[in-house]
Design a protein around this ligand. Sequence first.
Ligand code: GUN
Length: 279
Amino acid sequence: MANIIDGKAVAAKVRQRVAEEVKQLAEKNITVGLAVVIVGDNQASRVYVNNKKKACAEVGITSYEYALPESTTEEELLTLVDKLNNDDSVNGILVQLPLPKQINENKIINAISPKKDVDAFHPENVGHIMIGDYHFLPCTPAGVMELIAETGTDVCGKSCVVIGRSNIVGKPMAMLLLHKNGTVTMTHSKTQNLKEICANADILVAAVGKAGFVTADMVKPGAVVIDVGMNRNAQGKLCGDVDFEGCKEKAGWITPVPGGVGPMTIAMLMQNTVTAAKK
Ligand code: GUN
């Protein structure tokens, strides 16, 4: 029976550390501001943005919300990003993804000043991460690394398997594990022998976007299993990529959904915003 990794508790510790840093900056008359941009009325995005604003309030960061209609053009969003790039009260800019179809996401990401890119999505920051010389870590993979550290597992030399190769999670996740000297295998929808590869992993990170994708036969006994998934099952209940009930019998450590990676992503965003203010 696995130990449950309490993402809520670890995230609270990170937020407390950040709140202390915000207080120290305030003593030097430096305020910390995060602009959060949401376009359209995607329900999940609305929930994420509300949680980000709540976290800002808790740690003493001023959040500025820009809620734009679904019909917003690329030009209009680029104009807003430009304005925020030049606004000294804004240290971090977060444009919630996904964006409506008429807007090219890469164009928007490229327009955000790398110094204010608290998601670490800009190619310049992605390059820094690849080299291992970075000031912003991408929030979700950075949160996963904190959760792995919480288990006391040393990544060095371990077999680490990442399922999913997105720019937001899978690819940077593999980099961060590699920086800690993990032996990393990246897997995806075209991978052959996925079950066997996963069943050899000491550390298994699932970022697939399919409810219950990781089953107990894919888990090595005693493994650390991290579930990045945020899906709704047929009953509309929030669930991850991992069949939690089955896998918890076999894993050594496992994250729940909700209450695992999700709160960590937001805590790391707060951390990045403070880092941006310090720069
Ligand atoms: N949509 C889903 N996850 C994220 C994230 O971490 N950052 C942004 N900007 N959009 C997202």
